[in-house]
Every structure is written in C-alpha cells, then in structure tokens.
Design a protein around this ligand. Structure first.
Ligand SMILES: [Fe+2]
Length: 470
C-alpha cells in the first residue's frame, strides 16, 4: 500500500539494538521492492529469517494456454468446477497472458503449510466463505465480497471457517500479477504529495482493513513454507514458526477491502469503465461493478453504448445480480470480450431498459492490455453458444424484458483517464442529489418508471420482439 502504518513492537529508530526479553537481538529484515526505492516495510523477527533448511521441488505452476491464435468472445461457467485441493493447489487458471493469471478456486481441504508467492502480487476476491488469512504482517479476517491483496514475498496461510449448513462452499477469484508489477490503487486516486486518497476516489483509507493481531507465533519445530518462484513451487523447511514477527512498519503489507465499500460514481449520462476502477498493475486493471442508481438524464440510455476497447481484452466475473437478459450468464460466469471486436448490449436491450433507474449488478472485471488466452480448463467449461447471442435478431426474453439493467452494464477500463475521474466526481455529486430529491425513482429495472409514451411504446416493441426470438 502507498501509505504508512505499523503493528506490534518497534524500536525508536531503524537499525539499532532491539532486544528480546531474553536479551538477544531481534532479527531486523528490510522487506523492500523495486531495488529498495519502492514500497518497503521493516520487520522484526524472533528468529533470523535467513535460517531456512533445505528445499525440494514440488510441482510446476507454468500455465499452458490453448487456442492462442483464436479470437472470439467466450463465456466460461465456473460454478461446475468441482472442489479440489487447498487454497493454493486448488487454483484453476482459466485465462491469462504474460501479465496476469486469472483463476478460480473452490478449495476442499485446509492448507497444512505456509505459502509465499515469490513471483507475484495476488488479488483475491472472496465470492463465498469466510475465515482468516494469517500472514507475517498479522491476521486478516475476511468474508464474502472481500478483496484481499497479498503482495509478493508475504508468507501466509489461509484458514477458512467451517462451512455452515445452507451456505455455499468457499470460492474465490484470483488475479495474480505475473509480470513482476505490484497491484496498487490507481495513482490518480492518490495525492502526489502525501499518497492520501483524494476526495474523488471511490474508496479511501478508512475502507481498507490492515493486518491485526495475532501476529507472533513463537514456536520451534519443523514448519513447511512453500515458495513459488520461477514457475515452480519449492518446499522449504523452517525450524521455527515462520510467522514470528513482533513488529513492523512501512508501506508494504497485505490488506482487505470489501467491494460493498466501493462507492460507485454515477452520472447524468453513462459513465465509462474507468470510474469503476479499483486496482491496477502493469498492463492490467481490476474494476468493481456495484449496485447503483443508473444515469438520470430524462432520455438516458442506461446500458453501455457499443464500444471497441481497442487496446484491451476484458474479463468479467459475475458475482451477483439478475443476469436473465444476458442469455446463459449466471453467478460464477466469466465472460471474455477480446479487443478485436466491438461489444455492447444485446440487440433490443437499450430500448428495453429505458426508464430503468437502478442496477443490482455485482461483478469484478479484469482488463488487460495484451490478449488473454484460455487454458484447457477454460475450454472444458466453455459456453459455445455465447458468441451467437449477439447475432442479428437476438432479443431479450420477454419474460425478462427490462432486467438487462441488472447485469453488469460495462465492459472495460484503461485506468488512465484523469479527466473521466473529474467527470465522475461531478456525476457522483449530481447522482446523490438526484437520489435525495427523487427517492421514488429508485425502482427496480423490472418496473421501469413511465418516462414517456415513446419509451413505453419502445418497451412494448422490445417485448414483442422478444417473443419472436423465443
Ligand atoms: Fe467493454
């Protein structure tokens, strides 16, 4: 993270004597990035962190992609993925390239070891399940809809709570940087002088949950730490508990952020995807599409315009909402829209959604600046009918007419539009004002407000067309 925090016991100065109760020195470790000119933290261990015993090569993590020459829209239903492995070995990469790997994990066994990703920052999105991730920086309690950002080199162990009766099995989405870059808030959200989140940012420091106690485990004995590096997971043995830090401070640490704490930026007219941006790394961004009032111009088209994001592939992971108007899309679906073809609402959807005032969509998007490739696992879950749903004549199902506004209504982000952010700030202000003075407008898309006779006629036409499509 770009801002400073601390936890536990610290000496008054860096690099001075700091002693354990038994009189011996704590072992100081500077945990630095970018050649020690990037975000850095300083940790104090009970045991020298250099005391690592032996190693064993366990398994390769090199991802094999397929259909690298094929460019088409894809839809992968991840819900049928059977539970397997633990929160590390159970990860199934579905899409990726040389910058990011996107995987889904449905773990069915606990981690019996600690893990360190020595190659990448990891951004988890917990879809279902709760628990605690114990890290060398402290503990992070997590629950559904939490992002958890764990920076490269952090030793951690996920412990999921026991699944309660009636609850979905634990499941998370993972976006892993594989190009060595770090996953951070967009720079345009931050003050250049202090790294403080600016007023137009859709979240701020108060929304981020930093590590808490317990942090220190003073135990001897064999502990396995699996380290991912060079596309290989190595098993290392520690002769003490690897989470033995008594204190740390700095700007490099894991944290949680719940997507419900993302404050959507809305506007009089349709807002572009960068307003949904949450994180970014080199060559990819992560966005949050959250429930919000829709555009409030009297003649607004509330679904996105057709668009070509000429430099990006985009993956949407559908978390929650009414997806009936996007045929085949369901909770846990991942859609991939490549940069080579324009995309947008299904035929008839713009008319059908006129007058809708609110969306209940909840989705996480990962946009990349290089083509994404599927894995064999993705192809096994591939919905081959999805690209055909844009064929001429496709209309929303009459039974779900108008519900399209409940699906993720956006596509892509480039993460570099400061102008857009300024617009978004004004839009948010106007949207709040509008919501306050016209509270009755906030109705579900299924029962659109009567904005005009013309729009009512349009809905009727769309409904009729939908019947024809059936
Ligand atoms: Fe898009």
């Amino acid at each position: 993270m770009p801002y400073y925090t601390k936890l536990g016991k610290l000496p008054s100065k860096r690099h001075i004597q700091f002693r354990r109760p038994d009189g011996k020195l704590y072992a100081e470790e500077v945990f630095g990035t970018e050649g020690f000119v990037g975000p850095t933290s300083t940790l104090y261990h009970i045991n020298p962190p250099t005391q690592v015993i032996g190693w064993t090569a366990l398994y390769s993590t090199k991802v094999e992609y397929v259909e690298r020459d094929t460019m088409r829209m894809r839809h992968v239903k991840s819900m049928p993925l059977p539970p397997k492995g633990d929160p590390v070995t159970g990860r199934v990469v579905l899409f990726g390239n040389n910058d990011v790997e996107i995987s889904v994990c449905v773990p069915d066994e606990p981690m019996k070891y600690f893990f360190k990703n020595g190659m990448a920052d990891e951004c988890f999105f917990i879809h279902f399940g709760s628990g605690t991730v114990y890290t060398m920086f402290g503990a992070l309690k997590f629950g559904p809809r939490d992002y958890i950002v764990i920076p490269k080199g952090t030793i951690y162990q996920f412990v999921f709570d026991a699944q309660k009766q009636g609850e979905p099995e634990p499941r998370f989405l993972l976006m892993e940087s594989v190009n060595g870059s770090h996953i951070l808030p967009p720079p345009r959200y931050l003050s250049k002088k202090t790294a403080q989140f600016l007023e137009h940012a859709p979240y701020c420091e108060r929304d981020l949950r930093t590590p808490e106690m317990p942090m220190t485990f003073d135990k001897k004995g064999k502990h396995e730490v699996r380290i991912k590096s060079r596309d290989l997971v190595h098993s290392y043995q520690y002769s003490y508990h690897p989470l033995d830090v008594v204190g740390w401070d700095g700007c490099y640490y894991p944290y949680c952020f719940n997507i419900d704490d993302f404050s959507p930026i809305v506007g009089k007219h349709h807002m572009p995807p960068p307003t949904h941006q949450t994180f970014e790394a080199h060559n990819f961004v992560i966005c949050s599409f959250c429930p919000r009032p829709l555009d409030f111009h009297p003649q607004a088209i509330v679904v996105p315009y057709n668009h070509s994001n000429l430099d990006s592939d985009e993956v949407l992971y559908y978390v929650e909402g009414n997806y009936k108007a996007r045929k085949g899309i369901e909770v846990g679906s991942l859609s991939l829209h490549p940069q080579g073809i324009p995309h947008g609402p299904h035929p008839g959807t713009p008319e059908a959604t006129i007058g809708a005032t609110h969306t209940n969509e909840l989705a996480v998007m990962c946009d990349t600046f290089a083509p994404l490739y599927p894995t064999k696992a993705a192809l096994e879950l591939d919905d081959l009918h999805y690209p055909r749903s844009w064929e001429h004549g496709w209309e929303p199902d009459a039974a779900t007419n108008g519900a399209a506004a409940d699906r993720p209504s956006n596509g892509h982000a480039n993460g570099k539009s400061s102008k857009t952010s300024k617009t978004g700030k004004n839009g948010a202000k106007n949207g709040a004002k509008d919501g306050a003075t016209k509270g009755g407008r906030l109705v579900e898309a299924k029962t659109p407000a009567k904005t005009s006779a013309k729009s009512g006629k349009a809905r009727a036409q769309a409904s009729k067309s939908a019947n024809t499509w059936d």
